[in-house]
Design a binder for this molecule. Structure first.
Ligand code: SF4
Length: 430
Protein backbone atom coordinates (compact mmCIF):
# COMPACT_ATOMS: atom_id res chain seq x y z
CA UNK A 1 0.00 0.00 0.00
CA UNK A 2 1.84 3.05 -1.15
CA UNK A 3 0.70 6.58 -1.61
CA UNK A 4 1.75 9.92 -2.92
CA UNK A 5 3.98 11.90 -0.59
CA UNK A 6 2.83 15.08 1.05
CA UNK A 7 4.78 17.89 2.62
CA UNK A 8 5.51 17.80 6.33
CA UNK A 9 3.41 19.94 8.60
CA UNK A 10 4.25 23.23 10.26
CA UNK A 11 8.01 22.98 10.16
CA UNK A 12 10.21 25.48 11.91
CA UNK A 13 13.79 26.09 10.89
CA UNK A 14 15.94 27.69 13.54
CA UNK A 15 16.83 24.87 15.93
CA UNK A 16 17.85 22.51 13.13
CA UNK A 17 19.43 25.06 10.86
CA UNK A 18 22.81 23.48 11.52
CA UNK A 19 21.57 20.03 10.50
CA UNK A 20 21.21 18.89 6.97
CA UNK A 21 18.00 16.98 6.47
CA UNK A 22 17.87 15.25 3.11
CA UNK A 23 14.41 15.25 1.56
CA UNK A 24 13.44 12.16 -0.44
CA UNK A 25 10.33 11.71 -2.53
CA UNK A 26 9.68 8.34 -4.07
CA UNK A 27 8.08 4.96 -3.56
CA UNK A 28 6.70 4.31 -0.07
CA UNK A 29 6.34 1.11 1.91
CA UNK A 30 4.21 1.89 4.96
CA UNK A 31 0.98 0.94 6.70
CA UNK A 32 -1.92 3.37 6.58
CA UNK A 33 -3.45 5.41 9.40
CA UNK A 34 -6.10 2.79 10.14
CA UNK A 35 -3.43 0.96 12.12
CA UNK A 36 -3.65 3.54 14.92
CA UNK A 37 -7.03 2.09 15.86
CA UNK A 38 -5.19 -0.87 17.36
CA UNK A 39 -3.84 1.19 20.24
CA UNK A 40 -6.50 3.92 20.26
CA UNK A 41 -9.37 1.47 20.88
CA UNK A 42 -7.50 0.01 23.85
CA UNK A 43 -6.96 3.47 25.32
CA UNK A 44 -10.33 5.18 24.81
CA UNK A 45 -12.41 2.51 26.44
CA UNK A 46 -15.88 3.82 25.60
CA UNK A 47 -15.20 4.62 21.94
CA UNK A 48 -15.96 2.62 18.82
CA UNK A 49 -14.04 3.01 15.57
CA UNK A 50 -16.15 2.27 12.51
CA UNK A 51 -13.97 2.07 9.42
CA UNK A 52 -15.86 2.83 6.24
CA UNK A 53 -13.80 0.86 3.81
CA UNK A 54 -13.23 -2.29 1.83
CA UNK A 55 -12.43 -5.90 2.61
CA UNK A 56 -8.76 -4.95 2.32
CA UNK A 57 -9.19 -2.50 5.22
CA UNK A 58 -10.97 -5.16 7.29
CA UNK A 59 -8.19 -7.66 6.63
CA UNK A 60 -5.52 -5.13 7.55
CA UNK A 61 -7.19 -4.45 10.88
CA UNK A 62 -7.76 -8.11 11.65
CA UNK A 63 -4.16 -9.04 10.99
CA UNK A 64 -2.74 -5.94 12.69
CA UNK A 65 -4.84 -6.37 15.81
CA UNK A 66 -4.90 -10.17 15.97
CA UNK A 67 -8.59 -10.00 16.83
CA UNK A 68 -9.78 -12.86 18.98
CA UNK A 69 -12.82 -14.70 17.69
CA UNK A 70 -14.79 -14.43 20.91
CA UNK A 71 -13.82 -10.88 21.82
CA UNK A 72 -16.18 -7.97 21.18
CA UNK A 73 -13.70 -5.57 19.63
CA UNK A 74 -14.50 -1.87 19.70
CA UNK A 75 -13.72 -1.40 16.07
CA UNK A 76 -15.19 -2.79 12.89
CA UNK A 77 -15.45 -2.18 9.19
CA UNK A 78 -18.56 -1.14 7.30
CA UNK A 79 -17.59 -2.82 4.08
CA UNK A 80 -18.43 -0.90 0.93
CA UNK A 81 -19.69 -3.22 -1.77
CA UNK A 82 -19.67 -2.55 -5.49
CA UNK A 83 -23.22 -1.24 -5.39
CA UNK A 84 -22.11 1.35 -2.80
CA UNK A 85 -19.34 2.44 -5.10
CA UNK A 86 -21.94 3.00 -7.81
CA UNK A 87 -24.27 5.22 -5.79
CA UNK A 88 -23.49 7.57 -2.92
CA UNK A 89 -27.11 7.84 -1.79
CA UNK A 90 -27.18 4.09 -1.14
CA UNK A 91 -23.87 4.28 0.71
CA UNK A 92 -25.20 6.97 3.04
CA UNK A 93 -28.41 5.02 3.73
CA UNK A 94 -26.41 1.92 4.44
CA UNK A 95 -24.07 3.82 6.75
CA UNK A 96 -27.01 5.25 8.72
CA UNK A 97 -28.44 1.76 9.11
CA UNK A 98 -25.13 0.28 10.29
CA UNK A 99 -24.53 3.10 12.81
CA UNK A 100 -28.05 2.83 14.25
CA UNK A 101 -27.75 -0.94 14.66
CA UNK A 102 -24.28 -0.70 16.14
CA UNK A 103 -25.14 1.88 18.79
CA UNK A 104 -28.31 -0.01 19.74
CA UNK A 105 -26.24 -3.17 20.26
CA UNK A 106 -23.42 -1.42 22.16
CA UNK A 107 -25.00 1.02 24.64
CA UNK A 108 -21.67 1.52 26.43
CA UNK A 109 -20.22 3.29 23.40
CA UNK A 110 -20.15 7.03 24.09
CA UNK A 111 -18.06 8.19 21.12
CA UNK A 112 -18.25 6.74 17.63
CA UNK A 113 -15.51 7.58 15.18
CA UNK A 114 -16.34 7.21 11.50
CA UNK A 115 -12.92 6.45 10.03
CA UNK A 116 -12.38 7.21 6.36
CA UNK A 117 -10.33 4.93 4.11
CA UNK A 118 -8.94 4.97 0.59
CA UNK A 119 -12.19 3.59 -0.91
CA UNK A 120 -14.43 6.09 0.89
CA UNK A 121 -12.18 8.92 -0.24
CA UNK A 122 -11.95 7.67 -3.80
CA UNK A 123 -15.75 7.75 -4.19
CA UNK A 124 -15.83 11.04 -2.25
CA UNK A 125 -18.19 9.78 0.42
CA UNK A 126 -18.46 12.81 2.69
CA UNK A 127 -18.03 11.19 6.09
CA UNK A 128 -17.54 14.52 7.86
CA UNK A 129 -21.03 15.52 6.77
CA UNK A 130 -22.34 12.02 7.57
CA UNK A 131 -20.98 12.36 11.12
CA UNK A 132 -22.72 15.73 11.50
CA UNK A 133 -25.99 14.32 10.15
CA UNK A 134 -25.88 11.27 12.40
CA UNK A 135 -24.94 13.42 15.40
CA UNK A 136 -27.91 15.70 14.74
CA UNK A 137 -30.27 12.73 14.79
CA UNK A 138 -29.17 11.46 18.18
CA UNK A 139 -30.60 12.51 21.51
CA UNK A 140 -28.67 10.10 23.74
CA UNK A 141 -25.48 12.16 23.98
CA UNK A 142 -23.38 9.77 21.91
CA UNK A 143 -20.72 11.81 20.13
CA UNK A 144 -20.11 11.01 16.46
CA UNK A 145 -16.88 12.24 14.91
CA UNK A 146 -14.96 11.67 11.71
CA UNK A 147 -11.31 11.37 10.77
CA UNK A 148 -9.39 9.86 7.90
CA UNK A 149 -7.11 6.84 8.21
CA UNK A 150 -6.65 6.61 4.48
CA UNK A 151 -3.35 5.40 3.12
CA UNK A 152 -3.60 8.03 0.39
CA UNK A 153 -2.45 10.69 2.79
CA UNK A 154 -1.10 9.08 5.91
CA UNK A 155 1.65 7.03 7.40
CA UNK A 156 0.46 4.76 10.15
CA UNK A 157 1.03 6.94 13.22
CA UNK A 158 -0.80 9.84 11.59
CA UNK A 159 -4.02 7.95 12.30
CA UNK A 160 -3.63 8.88 15.98
CA UNK A 161 -2.89 12.49 15.08
CA UNK A 162 -6.04 12.65 12.93
CA UNK A 163 -8.16 11.01 15.65
CA UNK A 164 -6.99 13.37 18.40
CA UNK A 165 -7.31 16.35 16.07
CA UNK A 166 -10.98 15.38 15.57
CA UNK A 167 -11.43 15.41 19.36
CA UNK A 168 -9.80 18.81 19.97
CA UNK A 169 -12.90 20.90 19.07
CA UNK A 170 -14.84 18.81 21.62
CA UNK A 171 -12.56 19.75 24.54
CA UNK A 172 -14.23 22.13 26.99
CA UNK A 173 -12.66 25.58 27.33
CA UNK A 174 -10.99 26.30 30.63
CA UNK A 175 -11.98 29.42 32.56
CA UNK A 176 -9.83 32.47 31.70
CA UNK A 177 -8.69 32.75 35.32
CA UNK A 178 -8.04 29.02 35.76
CA UNK A 179 -4.67 28.17 37.31
CA UNK A 180 -2.05 26.70 34.96
CA UNK A 181 -2.57 23.06 34.06
CA UNK A 182 -0.48 20.44 32.30
CA UNK A 183 -1.89 18.35 29.44
CA UNK A 184 0.11 15.33 28.34
CA UNK A 185 -0.75 14.65 24.71
CA UNK A 186 -0.47 11.28 23.03
CA UNK A 187 -1.73 7.78 23.74
CA UNK A 188 0.07 6.13 26.64
CA UNK A 189 -0.67 2.72 28.15
CA UNK A 190 -2.59 3.14 31.42
CA UNK A 191 0.33 1.73 33.39
CA UNK A 192 2.70 4.38 31.96
CA UNK A 193 0.13 7.14 32.46
CA UNK A 194 -0.16 6.15 36.13
CA UNK A 195 3.63 6.28 36.58
CA UNK A 196 3.85 9.78 35.10
CA UNK A 197 0.81 11.00 37.06
CA UNK A 198 2.39 9.77 40.29
CA UNK A 199 5.73 11.50 39.69
CA UNK A 200 4.11 14.77 38.61
CA UNK A 201 1.93 14.71 41.74
CA UNK A 202 5.02 14.10 43.89
CA UNK A 203 6.56 17.22 42.33
CA UNK A 204 3.47 19.18 43.35
CA UNK A 205 2.01 19.63 39.85
CA UNK A 206 -1.64 19.10 40.66
CA UNK A 207 -3.63 19.95 37.58
CA UNK A 208 -2.54 17.24 35.14
CA UNK A 209 -4.63 15.72 32.37
CA UNK A 210 -3.95 13.12 29.71
CA UNK A 211 -5.24 13.40 26.16
CA UNK A 212 -6.68 11.05 25.06
CA UNK A 213 -8.22 10.07 28.37
CA UNK A 214 -9.38 6.54 29.13
CA UNK A 215 -12.96 7.71 29.01
CA UNK A 216 -14.14 9.87 26.13
CA UNK A 217 -16.73 11.60 28.34
CA UNK A 218 -14.05 13.11 30.58
CA UNK A 219 -12.24 15.24 28.05
CA UNK A 220 -9.66 17.61 29.51
CA UNK A 221 -10.15 21.37 29.49
CA UNK A 222 -7.94 23.52 27.28
CA UNK A 223 -7.21 27.23 27.22
CA UNK A 224 -4.49 29.88 27.55
CA UNK A 225 -3.37 28.43 30.88
CA UNK A 226 -2.81 24.95 29.44
CA UNK A 227 0.78 23.77 28.99
CA UNK A 228 1.22 20.91 26.52
CA UNK A 229 3.79 18.19 26.91
CA UNK A 230 3.81 15.93 23.87
CA UNK A 231 4.33 12.24 24.61
CA UNK A 232 4.53 11.27 20.94
CA UNK A 233 6.47 12.94 18.14
CA UNK A 234 3.78 12.46 15.50
CA UNK A 235 1.05 14.82 16.72
CA UNK A 236 1.69 17.88 14.58
CA UNK A 237 -1.92 18.64 13.71
CA UNK A 238 -3.25 17.92 17.20
CA UNK A 239 -0.67 20.25 18.75
CA UNK A 240 -1.45 22.94 16.18
CA UNK A 241 -5.16 22.80 17.02
CA UNK A 242 -4.52 22.80 20.77
CA UNK A 243 -2.26 25.83 20.36
CA UNK A 244 -5.10 27.39 18.36
CA UNK A 245 -7.22 26.97 21.51
CA UNK A 246 -4.65 29.00 23.44
CA UNK A 247 -2.42 26.25 24.87
CA UNK A 248 1.38 26.55 24.91
CA UNK A 249 3.69 23.65 24.03
CA UNK A 250 6.63 22.95 26.31
CA UNK A 251 9.75 22.19 24.24
CA UNK A 252 11.22 18.86 25.33
CA UNK A 253 12.74 15.67 24.00
CA UNK A 254 10.41 12.64 24.14
CA UNK A 255 10.29 10.35 27.18
CA UNK A 256 12.34 7.44 25.83
CA UNK A 257 15.16 6.14 28.01
CA UNK A 258 16.36 7.32 31.41
CA UNK A 259 17.77 10.64 30.19
CA UNK A 260 14.99 11.34 27.70
CA UNK A 261 12.36 10.75 30.39
CA UNK A 262 14.23 12.91 32.91
CA UNK A 263 14.52 15.80 30.42
CA UNK A 264 10.87 15.46 29.43
CA UNK A 265 9.73 15.62 33.05
CA UNK A 266 12.15 18.49 33.69
CA UNK A 267 10.40 20.55 31.02
CA UNK A 268 7.17 20.23 33.02
CA UNK A 269 8.92 20.84 36.34
CA UNK A 270 10.56 24.04 35.07
CA UNK A 271 7.29 25.33 33.59
CA UNK A 272 5.47 24.79 36.90
CA UNK A 273 8.22 26.21 39.12
CA UNK A 274 9.13 22.94 40.83
CA UNK A 275 12.31 23.49 42.89
CA UNK A 276 15.27 21.63 41.30
CA UNK A 277 15.91 19.74 44.55
CA UNK A 278 12.32 18.46 44.63
CA UNK A 279 12.54 17.42 41.00
CA UNK A 280 15.78 15.53 41.58
CA UNK A 281 14.39 13.80 44.67
CA UNK A 282 11.29 12.59 42.81
CA UNK A 283 13.12 11.19 39.81
CA UNK A 284 16.26 9.91 41.59
CA UNK A 285 15.09 6.37 42.35
CA UNK A 286 13.26 5.58 39.08
CA UNK A 287 16.06 7.12 37.01
CA UNK A 288 18.68 5.10 38.89
CA UNK A 289 16.59 1.96 38.38
CA UNK A 290 16.31 2.69 34.65
CA UNK A 291 20.05 3.37 34.26
CA UNK A 292 20.91 0.14 36.06
CA UNK A 293 18.44 -1.87 33.96
CA UNK A 294 19.92 -0.42 30.76
CA UNK A 295 23.29 -1.93 31.63
CA UNK A 296 22.38 -5.36 30.26
CA UNK A 297 21.10 -4.22 26.84
CA UNK A 298 23.96 -1.73 26.61
CA UNK A 299 26.48 -4.57 26.69
CA UNK A 300 24.68 -6.11 23.70
CA UNK A 301 24.11 -2.91 21.73
CA UNK A 302 27.17 -0.74 22.34
CA UNK A 303 29.15 -0.12 19.16
CA UNK A 304 26.54 -1.85 16.98
CA UNK A 305 25.32 0.03 13.91
CA UNK A 306 21.67 0.78 13.15
CA UNK A 307 19.77 2.01 10.09
CA UNK A 308 16.22 3.38 10.26
CA UNK A 309 13.78 3.21 7.35
CA UNK A 310 11.02 5.87 7.48
CA UNK A 311 7.93 4.42 9.12
CA UNK A 312 6.73 5.32 12.62
CA UNK A 313 7.91 8.96 13.00
CA UNK A 314 9.52 7.85 16.25
CA UNK A 315 12.85 7.41 14.46
CA UNK A 316 14.76 10.57 15.55
CA UNK A 317 13.70 10.12 19.19
CA UNK A 318 14.62 6.43 19.27
CA UNK A 319 17.90 7.15 17.51
CA UNK A 320 18.81 9.74 20.16
CA UNK A 321 18.09 7.20 22.91
CA UNK A 322 20.01 4.38 21.23
CA UNK A 323 23.00 6.61 20.55
CA UNK A 324 23.21 8.53 23.84
CA UNK A 325 22.21 5.88 26.32
CA UNK A 326 23.23 2.65 24.62
CA UNK A 327 26.23 3.67 22.54
CA UNK A 328 24.85 2.56 19.17
CA UNK A 329 26.27 3.92 15.91
CA UNK A 330 23.63 5.66 13.81
CA UNK A 331 24.15 5.21 10.09
CA UNK A 332 20.90 6.61 8.73
CA UNK A 333 17.83 7.95 10.50
CA UNK A 334 14.93 8.35 8.09
CA UNK A 335 11.44 9.43 9.09
CA UNK A 336 8.29 10.02 7.01
CA UNK A 337 7.92 13.60 8.31
CA UNK A 338 10.25 15.53 10.60
CA UNK A 339 8.55 18.28 12.58
CA UNK A 340 11.39 20.75 13.06
CA UNK A 341 9.89 22.39 16.16
CA UNK A 342 8.61 19.32 17.98
CA UNK A 343 11.80 17.40 17.30
CA UNK A 344 14.27 20.27 17.78
CA UNK A 345 15.60 18.88 21.09
CA UNK A 346 16.06 15.42 19.57
CA UNK A 347 17.68 16.56 16.33
CA UNK A 348 20.19 18.72 18.21
CA UNK A 349 21.39 15.62 20.08
CA UNK A 350 21.92 13.37 17.05
CA UNK A 351 25.54 13.06 15.95
CA UNK A 352 26.53 14.97 12.82
CA UNK A 353 27.88 11.73 11.36
CA UNK A 354 24.46 10.14 10.86
CA UNK A 355 22.50 10.74 7.69
CA UNK A 356 19.14 12.36 8.44
CA UNK A 357 16.41 11.81 5.86
CA UNK A 358 12.82 13.02 5.59
CA UNK A 359 10.48 11.18 3.26
CA UNK A 360 10.52 7.98 1.28
CA UNK A 361 12.42 6.50 -1.61
CA UNK A 362 12.48 2.86 -0.74
CA UNK A 363 14.67 1.63 -3.60
CA UNK A 364 17.40 4.18 -2.97
CA UNK A 365 17.26 3.49 0.73
CA UNK A 366 17.50 -0.26 0.24
CA UNK A 367 20.63 0.34 -1.84
CA UNK A 368 22.16 2.45 0.93
CA UNK A 369 21.23 -0.10 3.63
CA UNK A 370 22.79 -2.96 1.65
CA UNK A 371 25.95 -0.94 1.12
CA UNK A 372 26.21 0.06 4.79
CA UNK A 373 25.59 -3.49 6.11
CA UNK A 374 24.25 -2.31 9.50
CA UNK A 375 23.99 -4.68 12.44
CA UNK A 376 20.26 -3.99 12.66
CA UNK A 377 17.67 -2.37 10.39
CA UNK A 378 14.45 -0.84 11.76
CA UNK A 379 11.71 -0.98 9.12
CA UNK A 380 8.11 -1.79 8.35
CA UNK A 381 6.75 -5.31 8.16
CA UNK A 382 6.76 -5.32 4.36
CA UNK A 383 10.53 -4.85 4.20
CA UNK A 384 11.55 -6.94 7.20
CA UNK A 385 11.12 -10.43 5.75
CA UNK A 386 12.91 -9.75 2.45
CA UNK A 387 15.78 -8.10 4.34
CA UNK A 388 15.97 -11.03 6.77
CA UNK A 389 16.12 -13.35 3.76
CA UNK A 390 19.12 -11.36 2.56
CA UNK A 391 20.82 -11.96 5.89
CA UNK A 392 20.05 -8.67 7.67
CA UNK A 393 18.78 -8.48 11.24
CA UNK A 394 15.61 -6.38 11.47
CA UNK A 395 13.26 -4.85 13.99
CA UNK A 396 9.64 -4.12 13.08
CA UNK A 397 9.02 -0.45 13.74
CA UNK A 398 5.31 -1.05 14.39
CA UNK A 399 6.20 -3.05 17.50
CA UNK A 400 7.74 0.10 18.96
CA UNK A 401 4.34 1.78 18.88
CA UNK A 402 2.34 -1.20 20.14
CA UNK A 403 4.56 -1.81 23.18
CA UNK A 404 4.82 0.22 26.41
CA UNK A 405 8.12 2.04 25.78
CA UNK A 406 7.79 5.45 27.46
CA UNK A 407 9.19 6.35 30.85
CA UNK A 408 11.81 5.15 33.32
CA UNK A 409 10.37 1.73 34.06
CA UNK A 410 10.03 0.83 30.38
CA UNK A 411 13.50 2.04 29.28
CA UNK A 412 15.11 -1.39 29.53
CA UNK A 413 12.15 -3.02 27.73
CA UNK A 414 12.59 -0.51 24.91
CA UNK A 415 16.30 -1.28 24.69
CA UNK A 416 15.48 -4.99 24.80
CA UNK A 417 13.34 -4.66 21.67
CA UNK A 418 16.55 -3.77 19.79
CA UNK A 419 18.87 -6.14 21.67
CA UNK A 420 16.76 -9.29 21.27
CA UNK A 421 17.03 -9.61 17.46
CA UNK A 422 20.82 -9.27 17.74
CA UNK A 423 21.01 -11.89 20.49
CA UNK A 424 18.83 -14.22 18.43
CA UNK A 425 21.07 -13.67 15.40
CA UNK A 426 24.15 -14.56 17.42
CA UNK A 427 22.49 -17.69 18.80
CA UNK A 428 21.57 -18.83 15.29
CA UNK A 429 25.12 -18.39 14.02
CA UNK A 430 26.92 -21.69 13.54
S1 SF4 B 1 -7.32 2.55 4.05
FE1 SF4 B 1 -6.33 2.26 2.05
S2 SF4 B 1 -4.23 1.65 2.56
FE2 SF4 B 1 -5.48 1.33 4.42
S3 SF4 B 1 -6.17 -0.81 4.32
FE3 SF4 B 1 -7.80 0.45 3.40
S4 SF4 B 1 -7.31 0.41 1.19
FE4 SF4 B 1 -5.43 -0.26 2.25
Amino acid sequence: MSAAPRPSVACGTAPTAARTIIAERGQREVFCGLTGIVWLHRKIQDAFFLIVGSRTCAHLMQSAAGVMVFAEPRFGTAIMEEKDLAGLADANDELDRVVTQLLARLPDVKTLFLVGSCPSEVIKLDLARAAQRLQGERTDGVRILYYSGSGIETTFTQGEDACLAALVPELPASAPDAPPSLMIVGTLPDMVEDQFARMLAQMGIERVSFFPARNSRTLPEVGPNTRLLLAQPFLGETARLLEGRGATRLPAPFPFGADGTADWLRAAANAFGVPPATFETVIAAPRARARKALGGPRRQLEGKSIFFFPDSQLEPSLARFLHEELGMRLIEVASPYIHRDHLAEELARLPQSCRLVEGHDVDAQLDRARAAKPDIIVCGLGLANPLEAEGFTTKWSIELVFSPVHGFDQAADLAGLFARPLVRRDLLKV
